[in-house]
Design a protein around this ligand. Sequence first.
Ligand SMILES: *[C@@H]1O[C@H](CO)[C@@H](O)[C@H](O)[C@H]1NC(C)=O
Length: 382
Amino acid sequence: MRRLSRRKALSLVKELDAFPKVPDSYMETSASGGTVSLLAFGVMAVLAVLEFFVYRDTWMKYDYEVDKDFSSKMRINIDITVAMKCQHVGADILDLAETMIMSNGLKYEPVIFELSPQQRLWHRTLLVIQKGLGEQHSLQDVLYKTVHKGAPTTLPLREGASLEPLSACRIHGHIYVNKVAGNFHITVGKPIQHPRGHAHIAAFVSHQTYNFSHRIDLLSFGEEVPGVIHPLDGTQKTTPNNNQMFQYFITVVPTKLHTYKISADTHQFAVTEREREIDHAAGSHGVAGIFVKYDTSALMVTVREQHMPLGQFLVRLCGIVGGVFSTTGMLHRFVGTCVDVVCCRFKLGVYKPTEVREAQAGQQQNDHLPPLDLRPGEEARG
Ligand SMILES: *[C@@H]1O[C@H](CO)[C@@H](O)[C@H](O)[C@H]1NC(C)=O
């Protein structure tokens, strides 16, 4: 009884066979079929190779969500050179809560404002990239992808000694601030904290020495990612006025970056800039200096490098192979039918009537009939 059901199951499976074996002699091969097969294999190979390149390629996916992390500190990286002596300028941050954040992390270094030829070359390259970034956003993707540790993202050191006086001041370093709006500024005099707020001691600095011409080599928020260029990097502003006020209004967008090479919590930002001369007589009030007002966005961007999963790649390969195979087969048959019809209609060339072909096929079948051909029913009975 069990043997019977097993045989039945076997025969059922046999009937489900989608790949019946046909003896070679039943198959008719032709030169046209061979050519079509060769073509099909060629197309398959080309498509498969192209698909492999798509599989190897990666792209950036941007996701947006509300930033719920308000407690953590944000880091500001600064590297600004001002055309004034270090003892005359001071930098600090005042945040929305009017608390002054001591800028202990900042170093003041006397330098020469003019760039050396090699530094100028680097600066010009930076400006070219900056211009490209403004016109074409996908460049940012490339930059994200190619980031690697140790990339030269800072101004190269001045080569050789110079006799010029060190009349400028490079202010560089980083500061941690609360994630609320704030104001980073560089102005005359060192900052001091007093009970009613904060002030800069500027009593002994002559107005003639004021010069807030500056160059921003780096201004970024969050973790520093080497190789990423920020919107203000490379900005250089010179002014013939002593009392000039430069303002930068920045909206910082927290950005989580996950590429195959690097994972970082960084921040992108958008900036608008303004500058005007302070002239109290003309009604333009204010304080000369460089003011960077920043605010954080409530939206957070996650940038992820992605590529096609292996499974999808395999499915697409199967699609290519099967699709090309059946499509060329159909085309071949269709063209063959058309040729047959045309030949039959207009009696062009030699045309073999179908009955003759069938008769030939029948003979062949008899020759190759297997000696024992038990049909499923008989098998079960025996
Ligand atoms: C400030 O310094 C820059 C660069 O050295 C110079 O071009 C500019 O004329 C100076 N401005 C003033 C007011 O001295």
